[in-house]
Design a protein around this ligand. Structure first.
Ligand code: ADP
Ligand code: MG
Length: 685
């Protein structure tokens, strides 16, 4: 029998589509052809096992042969083959409706076109000027057939000779795609797409190193592993097997923390092994390490939309024939099966973590640093996962002790509840930089958490919403008595003049730095607390931190960093500064202060008078009077500040106190630091 004809119904459209639009993923032709060969092989096996095929199965191997000279790639299988009718049905009659509309819609999405039309076989025309099929069906009396087509709607079907059951697909590679006629290229593609196919695939001969070069041996070079770990039963596998599989997948990675072997067959089909990698930092670098397979055929390693975002930090393999693989991403994301699968994976991951936490808490704690980023990311992005993880997520204090949320709350409930019934979680982002503040908190018997992770800023905000009546406050954001207010603080017993003096003294001597502002405040903190403390408001700091991470909040990033300089008026050294100032400045300052008082009284009189009138009714003389008064006051105040600043600039104690406070915050550097050291040595001597 010999036949000539046209392919399909609207087949004029197929070849332009293939040539024009499917250019992006040319290489997948190999995956399509080899997986067809695998299907054919497995079908024959099934037929043999149910007794429909009674002949010799023979060696079930797929051969891939590259002939650079002839310009061909041949994929041969010993599978079930095709009869002439089957070629007609499966190859010639391509289900094809509404082609033009579809092409319009998906012209940039080659994968979906291939999948939608079952164009697997036709993808060969992306790289071939001519494709031949030589096949012999397992069916008794079937005549071997040769089909050929040159990339146009005409095909040829004729009888041929072939001894074995099975199929050869012969690709005559076209001129633009000659780079596929390269052994290394094909090896690479086989490794990518066919590495775990269930039927042995032979590509050339195994090579060995002999007399200074590689030479072929007699042995076939099998490129794939037919029974990869995820397809085996967990009971058959040792820890070493799992680790070895991980090394095979990611030769450069450190050993994984642990893994989950997924094995679901209802309500969908899903197998796979997910590994928890060792990660300390950087969410981006570790993405896209999950490989997605469909019946052991590699499909993709970008799994967004298929697994929840935070799970893309895991490594490993997922295999499901139920995930519609050849469709577009947006379709995937709305697919019900995909949603179920992703929910299921989340649950399994939470189960596994909870399991380890419950049964082996020491191991869990030991691995927490590596797990933390992943678990926190999950808690921030997935409500359901948060609810599960709230039982095993840990908070670590600065001494390295771990607590669950529940445990920690119990620990601090009595001591760290403030007068307004808020529970205060104190945290540090650096035990080095915030050492003295941590000491102050510890002296009070408070616990301090270490929150130095990449996501901790976000986690803090999230937990404040989840926990009731709770605030997180960084240990250096205020004096410890203000962080947890138990009652009213000690009374600040200073006269107006004394306040003005201290403010003038300290403000004038703080370093003048760009984008840095200092405000002087007073507290009565007792004799044992440091004389000068530098703190930064929790709110402002957090806003700045968030703005650094999120575009669109740059307003906060533009604001100056503002610090509070808190003077502890109970401290003898602060008292001494004040006493020294009074002794040194009183003579010059008293008359100025008296003048200021006088002029201030006059100013407020004038304001009072003018306030009662409409502005048109205020006489020019009156306006001038007020202007002059204001000017005079400004002069006097400048005079006052100058006297204080002159005093302060020559006062070693003031500088020493300021430098010590800066030093406690890690803000004393460079020249200022060396000046401090020199001065300190002088003062000791
Ligand atoms: P799909 O694999 O999705 O069915 P393809 O376009 O890849 O679509 O293949 C079309 C059909 O051609 C297959 O379903 C199968 O019936 C037949 N076929 C392709 N390759 C082979 C082969 N090597 N052996 C037997 N039949 C084959
Ligand atoms: Mg196919």
């Amino acid at each position: 029998m010999s036949k000539q004809g046209n392919i399909g119904v609207t087949s004029e459209n197929i070849f332009p589509i293939i040539k024009k639009f499917l250019y992006s993923d040319h290489e997948i032709f190999l995956r399509e052809i080899v997986s067809n060969a695998v299907d054919a092989t497995q079908k024959l096996k099934t037929l043999a096992s149910v007794g429909e095929f009674k002949g010799e199965l023979g060696e079930q191997v797929i051969h891939i042969t590259l002939d650079e000279k002839a310009g061909t790639i041949v994929v041969s299988d010993n599978g079930l083959g095709m009869t002439a009718e089957e070629i007609d049905k499966y190859i010639n009659q391509i289900a094809f409706s509404g082609a033009e509309e579809f092409v319009e819609k998906y012209k940039n999405d080659s994968a979906s076109i291939i999948g939608h039309f079952g164009l697997g076989f036709y993808s060969t025309f992306m790289v071939s000027k001519k494709v031949e099929i030589v096949t012999r069906s397992y069916k008794e009396g079937a005549v071997p057939m040769r089909w050929s087509c040159e990339g146009n709607p005409e095909y040829k079907l004729e009888e041929t000779t072939r001894n074995h059951i099975g199929t050869d697909i012969i690709l005559h590679i076209d001129d633009e795609n000659k780079d596929f006629l390269d052994k290394d290229k094909i090896s690479g593609l086989l490794k990518k797409y066919c590495r775990f196919l269930p039927v042995p695939i032979v590509f050339g001969k195994r090579q060995e190193w002999k007399n200074g070069k590689y030479v072929d041996t007699d042995e076939d070079n099998i490129v794939n592993e037919t029974k990869p770990a995820w397809t085996r039963k967990p009971a058959e596998l040792t820890d070493e097997d799992y680790k070895k599989f991980y090394r095979d997948l990611y030769p450069m990675s450190e050993e994984p923390l642990f893994w989950i072997h997924l094995n679901v067959d209802y309500p969908f089909n899903l197998t796979g092994i997910l590994y928890f990698p060792r990660v300390k930092n950087n969410l981006e670098l570790n993405r896209n390490k999950i490989q997605l397979y469909s019946n052991q055929v590699f499909v993709t390693d970008s799994v967004e939309g298929i697994v929840p975002e935070f799970l893309t930090l895991l490594h490993g393999v997922l295999d499901s024939p139920d995930i519609p693989l050849n469709v577009s991403r947006s379709y995937l994301q709305s697919d019900q099966n995909v949603k179920k699968i992703s929910g299921h994976i989340t649950k399994k991951v939470a189960d596994r973590l909870e399991d380890i936490f419950k049964n082996d808490r020491p191991q869990f704690e030991e691995k927490w640093d590596s797990l933390k980023l992943f678990i926190q990311y999950g808690m921030l992005s997935d409500e359901k996962f948060y609810d599960r993880a709230a039982k095993f997520a840990l908070l670590k204090d600065i001494d390295g002790t771990n607590f669950t949320f529940e445990e920690y709350k119990k620990l601090i409930k009595d001591s760290q509840t403030d007068k307004d019934n808020q529970l205060i979680y104190i945290y540090s982002s650096s035990t080095e930089d915030q050492y003295s503040y941590i000491q102050n908190a510890k002296d009070k018997g408070y616990s301090v958490l270490l929150m130095d992770g990449q996501l901790d800023v976000h986690v803090i905000g999230h937990l404040e919403q989840k926990f009731e009546n709770t605030r997180f406050v960084r240990v250096d954001s205020d004096t410890i008595d203000n962080i947890i207010r138990k009652g009213d603080n000690g009374k600040v017993d200073l006269s107006e003049e004394q306040r003005t003096a201290l403010q003038g003294i300290f403000k004038s001597q703080m370093p003048k730095l760009e984008k840095m502002e200092f405000n002087v405040a007073f507290e009565a903190l007792g004799e044992n607390t440091n004389p000068v403390l530098l703190t930064q408001s929790e709110y402002m700091r957090r806003m700045r931190e968030m703005s650094a991470m999120q575009p669109g909040m740059s307003f906060y990033g533009e604001m100056p960093d503002s610090f509070n300089v808190t003077l502890n008026i109970n401290h003898p050294l602060v008292k001494k500064v004040l006493a020294d100032e009074e002794a040194a400045c009183a003579e010059h300052l008293s008359p100025v202060l008296a003048d200021i008082k006088g002029w201030e009284a006059r100013q407020s009189d004038l304001y009072d008078k003018q306030d009662k009138k409409k502005s048109e009714d205020v006489a020019d003389a009156e306006k001038e009077d007020l202007e002059n008064t204001n000017k005079k006051l400004e002069e006097l105040r400048n005079q006052r500040d100058q006297i204080l600043s002159d005093f302060a600039s020559n006062n070693k104690l003031v500088h020493e106190l300021i430098d010590l406070a800066l030093l406690s915050n890690g803000l004393l550097k460079g020249e200022a630091l060396s000046r401090f050291i020199k001065r300190s040595i002088q003062m000791i001597g």
